[in-house]
Design a protein around this ligand. Structure first.
Ligand code: ATP
Ligand code: MG
Length: 388
């Protein structure tokens, strides 16, 4: 074993969340993400989690990519192990950090000594390694206050390690530490981003997708499953509850005023999602709604759709511009799939003149002839669960 990954943990000082449960949850999540990549030892000391390969065949590049997507990690570095000897350490710096040593203008060396039997003090070792590197790389100036590059040397019980400035981690809180929510996943750009944002805050997710076969195609459903799959490196395993929505939409088209069709349809989405949430122990719903983006996303419309459920509806995209949402979608890798041209159930039977500011009474009157409970029950009973 000559390499390992160091993870810096974020936001430990949260009210109501103690360090222990944060670390335990994070460690369990890390183990799960490393499952297919080989046998690793994972342990935490002083706000750093160490991911150590146990065998030669561990996929270190795979582990590195996987660890970049673990919420709760603010920074990560790859470290090279070497013999506990000052010249072996210097050599490891030259081999392992050569690129970075060549491109930086200022640097310093920082040593941590866990093994107190090592014959030099931390300061002596830093001075030795720093002095030698200074000679070897003429581009480097020492700057102990704001160096571009910090070379870290750690003397541990069984080996020494060298590493450099950490790369940024995914941030946020370990998934699962803040309970569970149900995310409404369409095939669009916004809802995968909204799901990701809520997962980032430590929430485990279940996905709900409303499927209007044959008005929307099996490819449209596959696209949503693919979006869920793209989120799993961040969220962990997901269940997509595919709700048969055609019967409800046809009933609403038959019996509701056209201009209220969308809003009433969205009320059914909320009721069904809440029913799913109750069954899986979720405490909130998540949507990709954004203020003023479309007719059903005015404050009045949100009030009317939200009125049929008791759970909070989390709308993390509410204050973002489209461009900002697109930027996140690109970063997390869902954008290209989201823009594939398949229809969504919301575009089936779209009213020509949707009501922008529905009045609560008028929507309830339009719904009064419907067997709401029966319609919701039938939809929930018809759910197909897909695990990704
Ligand atoms: P998105 O880009 O996420 O599709 P949008 O801008 O197209 O959002 P709407 O179509 O009005 O907006 O949908 C608003 C939100 O309602 C979506 O972000 C999603 O959370 C939910 N939603 C819409 N259609 C579906 C669907 N077929 N299945 C599950 N949720 C849906
Ligand atoms: Mg949409």
């Amino acid at each position: 074993m000559n390499e390992m990954i160091l993870l810096k943990l974020g936001e430990l000082v949260l009210k109501g969340l103690n360090r222990r449960s944060f670390e335990d949850k994070l460690q369990a999540n890390i183990h799960r993400r490393l499952n297919n990549l080989g046998q690793f030892r994972v342990y935490t000391r002083q706000s750093t989690t160490y991911v150590e390969p146990m065998r030669e065949d561990c996929d270190m590049d795979g582990a590195w990519e996987a660890m970049k997507k673990v919420f709760g990690v603010v920074g990560l570095s790859r470290a090279r192990a070497c013999e506990k000897d000052k010249d072996a350490i210097l050599q490891a710096c030259r081999e392992y950090l050569d690129e970075r040593l060549k491109s930086a203008r200022t640097f310093k060396v920082e040593t941590k000594r866990a093994d107190k039997t090592f014959p030099m003090t931390s300061i002596q070792l830093s001075q030795y390694v720093g002095g030698e590197l200074h000679e070897l790389y003429p581009n480097l100036q020492v700057d102990v206050h704001h160096p571009e590059l910090t070379v870290y040397v750690e003397i541990r019980d069984y080996a020494a390690f060298v590493h450099a400035n950490p790369d940024p981690g995914a941030g946020g809180l370990p998934v699962g530490i803040n309970g569970r929510a149900v995310a409404l996943l369409s095939g669009g750009i916004d809802s995968p981003v909204a799901s990701w944002m809520i997962a980032k805050r430590g929430v485990a997710l279940e996905m709900v997708h409303f499927f209007s076969y044959p008005y929307t195609s099996p490819e449209a459903k596959d696209k949503v499953i693919e979006l869920a799959r793209l989120l799993t490196p961040y969220t962990g395993r997901l269940t997509v509850h595919v709700v048969p929505f055609t019967a409800i939409q046809e009933e609403l088209r038959r019996s509701c005023p056209e201009e209220l069709f969308t809003i009433i349809m969205r009320r059914f989405m909320m009721r069904i999602s809440e029913a799913v949430a109750r069954r899986c122990g979720a405490k909130a719903l998540v949507t990709g709604e954004c203020l003023g983006q479309v007719a059903s996303q005015t404050m009045e419309a949100m009030a009317v759709t939200g009125a049929v459920v008791e759970m909070p509806i989390l709308r993390p995209c509410v204050g973002l511009d489209k461009e900002e949402i697109v930027q996140i979608a690109r970063k997390i890798g869902t954008f290209e799939t989201s823009i594939l041209p398949y229809e969504d159930c919301c575009t089936v039977f779209t009213p020509r003149h949707p009501r922008l500011r529905p009045l609560p009474g008028e929507v309830e009157a339009a719904e009064s002839k419907l067997d709401i409970e029966g319609m919701v029950r039938a939809a929930v009973e018809g759910i197909e669960r897909i695990h990704v």
